[in-house]
Design a protein around this ligand. Structure first.
Ligand SMILES: [Zn+2]
Length: 477
């Protein structure tokens, strides 16, 4: 019997609001432990939470961007559990009445596009962070993160492969980043992912027993953990053994998932509506105002790049991977409108340098204006395409503009006929045997002669001119 996986993902995205969800404490990352805290986020008795309006608007943006229906009435609930990182003894989350439901995102896979439905999106507060001492049996807790707003985005179990899971995560990350509501960094924990996975015989509709996977802090780890879990569950089912419903942790050092807790140890969170927070009522006017504020999203931008600039889908996908990169491309094209040339330069030379440097496009030392200037110099024939790459490397290393480097290094292309004529004469005089062979019909040798001319001029001769002059001289006599 063959089995197929059924996968659902739960994403937690940390929202980029200035202050926490229920108090005015800063959400800034990296402060000394317990410096961004107050009685509200420390859960002192008698304090009252006040909802941050930005959190609702950020959540509404994500809901609209993923085609969800925003509920006119939603409510916060207390999720009760006892753990040292949770000072109140409960987390404020949403349960029966989430902010939004029933959305979808479209994944661009090599095999075509796939629609993954979103079950719900809700808001909640983050817990603190436990720090375990390496040398003593002591743990510390940092409450700076307590009360930082999170969005939980729960997919339907529509995902069929680990590849699709990674693509879904990337798609959500791109949307979150385009909306400027989350920095999308999985390694730093501002985007976290849990997965539910079960197997069923191919072609059947029912669902098998699922396990929940946690602790996967990169796209790669999500993919690897799912691949491992598919192999593990397949082996169990093939041996006729049951899959046990449990939570498993991904161990990235050993590349395995290990059992954390079984169903019998699962929490009963005893949810109930938070009596300190009034229900959230959202009217259509508010929804439309937020909708009007949405930026162009990755999908739409990709489509427009293909239509407006005539780019291949692949180029459009690469260039719209981040809003900043797309903006860079559009700035260059604004000055130098040969879009495919611009795309090629960004995707090869520019992105290679950025990668080598481990820099983001935001920190690129070559401004769009400078790249456009270089492309104009190539277009006008001032500098050859080959030398332009060296010029670009210099621009990247020094931040100088193309014109200055071309001048400084004497890289201006030689288009003076008499100068090339004399080099051609030298080359022909130095290679009498090849000249004979060429005249005897071995025309392939032309490339050899051009190469020699380019070498002597350190790549500065205009290749077309060199070609013409060589042909003229070689056919003579
Ligand atoms: Zn606070």
């Amino acid at each position: 019997m063959r089995f197929e996986p059924v996968i659902g993902l739960e994403i937690h995205a940390q929202l980029l609001t200035q202050s926490k969800i229920f108090c005015g404490c800063s959400t800034r990352f990296g402060g000394s432990p317990n410096t961004h805290v107050c009685p509200v986020c420390l859960g002192m008795p008698g304090v009252l939470p006040v909802l941050n309006r930005d959190v609702i608007e950020f959540a509404m943006k994500m809901a609209l961007a993923t085609h969800c229906t925003i509920s006119p009435y939603s409510q916060f609930a207390r999720k009760n559990y006892f753990y040292p990182d949770l000072p109140k003894g409960y987390q404020i989350s949403q349960y029966e009445f989430p902010l939004a439901r029933n959305g979808w995102v479209e994944l661009e896979m090599e095999t075509g596009s796939r629609r993954i439905r979103i079950h719900r999106i809700h808001m909640e507060e983050d817990a603190g962070k436990l720090v375990h001492d390496e040398f003593q049996p002591v743990s510390y807790v940092d409450f700076n993160r307590t009360g930082v707003p999170l969005l939980e985005i729960v997919s339907e179990p529509d995902i069929q492969t680990p590849d699709e899971a990674a693509a879904y995560l990337r798609t959500l990350r791109d949307i979150l980043c385009y909306l400027d509501i989350c920095d999308g960094n999985m390694e730093e924990g501002s985007m976290r992912c849990d997965a539910n996975i079960s197997l069923r015989p191919v072609g059947t509709e029912g669902l098998g027993v699922k396990t929940e996977l946690k602790n996967m802090n990169s796209f790669r780890n999500v993919q690897k953990a799912l691949e491992f879990e598919i192999r593990r569950q397949t082996a169990l089912l093939e041996r006729g053994e049951p899959v046990i419903q449990e939570t498993r942790l991904w161990d990235a050092n050993r590349n395995v998932t290990v059992s954390m807790r079984g169903k019998e140890e699962a929490h009963d969170y005893r949810y109930f509506p938070d009596p300190d927070l009034v229900p959230i009522v959202i009217d259509s006017g508010w929804i439309e105002a937020v909708r009007a504020s949405l930026p162009e999203l990755p999908d739409a931008k990709r489509g427009r790049f293909v239509r407006e600039y005539g780019l291949p889908v692949y180029d459009a996908q690469v260039l719209t991977a981040s809003k900043a990169l797309a903006g860079y491309f559009e700035s260059v094209v604004g000055i130098f409108p040969q879009s495919k040339v611009v795309s090629n330069w960004i995707m090869s030379e520019l992105m290679r340098e950025l990668k080598r440097d481990d820099r983001e496009i935001e920190a690129c030392p070559v401004t769009p204006e400078n790249l456009a200037e270089l492309l104009q110099l190539i277009d006008k024939g001032t500098v050859s395409g080959k030398l332009a790459k060296a010029v670009f490397e210099q621009m990247y290393a020094t931040g100088k503009c193309a014109g200055a480097i071309v001048e400084e290094k004497g890289l201006v292309q030689v288009r003076d006929e008499s100068a090339i004529e004399s080099v051609v004469a030298e080359v022909l005089a130095e290679n009498p045997v090849e000249v004979e062979q060429f005249r005897a019909g071995k025309e392939k040798l032309l490339a050899f002669f051009v190469g020699q001319v380019m070498r002597k001029t350190k790549g500065k001769a205009n290749p077309q001119l060199a070609n013409e002059i060589l042909l003229k001289r070689l056919s003579r006599e």
